[in-house]
Design a protein around this ligand. Structure first.
Ligand SMILES: Nc1nc2c(ncn2[C@@H]2O[C@H](COP(=O)(O)OP(=O)(O)O)[C@@H](O)[C@H]2O)c(=O)[nH]1
Ligand SMILES: [Mg+2]
Length: 178
């Protein structure tokens, strides 16, 4: 019987407009913490097109994040998606679409409906999940969904393991963030 256990490390990127809550999602996931006014990533740093190829290098998965209360951040999702897909060719990055700040739904601040987000996700061929870094709702699920999606992609040959990429052979996930 072969009892070999494989551990994979996937490099994952988090993409989306500034202030959608990427840093907050990661903080909630890794430390189970939420800060109302988290140290802001330098303003403007996350502008569309400001990302370089090296940022995506060796990434096999990504969370595409928008803010359910910010229409522009939703409108930019397709641009983020297409930009990355174009840049990583001939490789592929597998995404999960995340509608962030779902806690604000309770205050009727939502401006992007679940239906239209699901429609965009279907168009892009991605799973969709609504999450809140503030309450923790679906945060773990978002990362796990992505990890499972990448693992599935590995088995199906959609993404490939590359020899000798930085980060080493052991561990589960490594994160890159703008
Ligand atoms: N209500 C609410 N606010 C959030 C949530 N996630 C982040 N924020 C707030 O949104 C702002 C921007 O978050 P940040 O994580 O820095 O966004 P980033 O620029 O995408 O990394 C901060 O003031 C956060 O406290 C959330 O799930 N719900
Ligand atoms: Mg940030």
């Amino acid at each position: 019987m072969d009892l070999t256990l494989w551990q994979y490390q996937f490099r994952i990127i988090m993409l989306g407009d500034s202030t959608v809550g990427k840093s907050s999602l990661l903080k909630r996931y890794t430390e189970d913490l939420f800060l109302e006014s988290i140290n802001q990533t330098v303003a403007g740093q996350e502008r569309f097109r400001s990302v370089t190829r090296s940022y995506y290098r060796n990434s096999v998965g990504g969370l595409l994040v928008f803010d359910l209360t910010n229409r522009a951040s939703f409108d930019h999702i397709k641009e983020w998606h297409d930009e990355v897909c174009e840049r990583v060719q001939p490789h592929k990055v597998l995404f999960v679409l995340v509608g962030q700040k779902s806690d604000r739904d309770a205050f009727e601040e939502r401006v992007v409906s679940r239906e239209e987000a699901e429609k965009l996700a279907a168009q892009l061929g991605l799973p969709y999940v609504e999450a809140s870094a503030k309450t923790g709702q679906n945060v773990r699920e978002s990362f796990e969904l992505l990890t499972r999606r990448v693992y599935q992609g590995l088995l199906s040959g959609e993404v490939e393991l590359q020899e000798g990429w930085d980060g080493g052979a052991f561990g589960y996930c490594s994160f890159e963030m703008l």
